[in-house]
Design a protein. Structure first.
Length: 167
């Protein structure tokens, strides 16, 4: 097998924690990782939305993934951070921030290290899950970040961002 073929079968993921669970997103969708900065609340936001941040002059909506995944809410720590992601919404690119308890590492996984999402036994709707990765004895929940939110939810998030820019 040549190197180009080998590279195409391996993919890099950014891993992060929400409680005891380790999640992963495709590193190509990660724009940057920010220390926790002040988040401005916006009225009439969806329940899972924390508000917006100013990222070098751009308004970026910030999502609470714990709320979205119906996980127990906890206090932020010094390891809490915002992962700035690029998401596709009906062919349009949307930039959002996702609050994480901590960022772990960038990990490279081969196709043989990823199994399909289980049908039962997980708190998440499995359509959001691209697969389950394995690193040593830990499982990683690999998110299909474009599918974590419905089109309606992302449109509402986009609307909030546009309202904040106007205001």
């Amino acid at each position: 097998m040549n190197t180009a073929e080998n590279q195409s079968e391996r993919q890099q993921y950014l891993t992060f924690r929400l409680g005891e669970e380790i999640f992963a997103v495709d590193v190509t969708q990660v724009r940057e990782i920010l220390d926790l900065i002040p988040i401005t609340r916006v009225p009439q936001m969806p329940e899972f939305m924390l508000g917006v941040i100013n990222l070098r002059g751009s308004v970026v909506p910030v999502i609470n993934l714990r709320r979205k995944f119906r996980m127990e809410q906890v206090e932020n720590t010094r390891e809490s951070c915002i992962i700035v992601l690029e998401i596709q919404l009906e062919g349009e690119q949307l930039v959002i921030g996702a609050l994480a308890d901590s960022v772990q590492e960038v990990l490279e996984l081969g196709e043989e290290q990823i199994e399909p999402a289980p049908r039962i036994g997980t708190r998440l709707n499995t359509e959001f899950i691209r697969g389950m990765g394995k690193k040593e004895d830990d499982f990683l929940i690999i998110l299909d970040i474009d599918r974590v939110f419905s089109s309606d939810e992302l449109a509402r998030v986009q609307d909030v961002g546009e309202l904040a820019e106007e205001g």
